[in-house]
Design a protein around this ligand. Sequence first.
Ligand SMILES: [Zn+2]
Length: 322
Amino acid sequence: MHFQSGCLLKLSSLLSLQKLFSALLAVAVLAPCASYEPADAQVVKRKLPKAGFQSLMRPGPGAAGVGYSGGQTVPPGSSGVHLVPGLDRGNRASAGDWYDPGEPDLKMQWVRWEPRRMPLRVWISPGLQLPSLPFQELKSTRVNTVAQMCFSGTEPNPFSSLTQVNGWTDEMGEAVCSGIEMWKPFEQEGLFSFDFTGNPREANILVFFNDNFAGATEPGGISTGGYTCAQAIPYAKIAEALREGKNPRTPPVVMELSLGVNSTLEKLKAATAHEFGHALGIKAHSPYRDDIMHENRVVEQLSQADKNTIRRLYRSRTQWVL
Ligand SMILES: [Zn+2]
């Protein structure tokens, strides 16, 4: 039995805020959300359009079964200060903070890669776009679609039929690389390891892109910035192969990133770090806005709680593996 899971990353659109509210209100809203636009001015603007607001009044993509938490019920026109719901640790932060990384759809059981699968192989596509689908279908089909393409045929590039997102640049690929590498320091602790590969057929984790997810803007301006699909497998199912020293072929993890929502290299890097956290097995979102694994990520670096959580996950026994 495989278990399909998916996880959404959503970001509020600052541009949309400014359109929606008066300049005065927008300034008031900007203060607590300053990390949307890093002040270091090293951000390179993309030519792709930002997430628009035309779909503001449409119902959201529907959260059923997707496995994320947090209220998204902000009606259009309500105060923007509620656009990024979540808890703040503030003065209550402690060095031992962590959050439950369990898979909500598996009663919060924990899922991670098995140490004998290391190093994981990560393939970043050159801006390739998978066929656009509604959210409800992504979770149940994405992994199988990509697995079939990877595991069948003999030509070197199994994705030759896919098109590149308009405006793709090498710098975007490098930003994605940097986001993934935020998790690199844990290799020194022996938690996991990963390499980048140029061969998608051998990849455990594959990264694709789009302009925007279909139906991606919810009321309140929350837009989907990323989506990661995986199939959790009972450990017992691959235990024998691992005991025999084999590296069993299992369905890949599929990451998709919106270049419209992540409209700067800094945003793309941080969104990638969030999605790669899911790809490593942090299935649930943190309820705290301080953490990169918060559903509506506002920070751009791993927090102490993110670090503590991945350590706990990889130092635990799990029944489910990726
Ligand atoms: Zn997420």
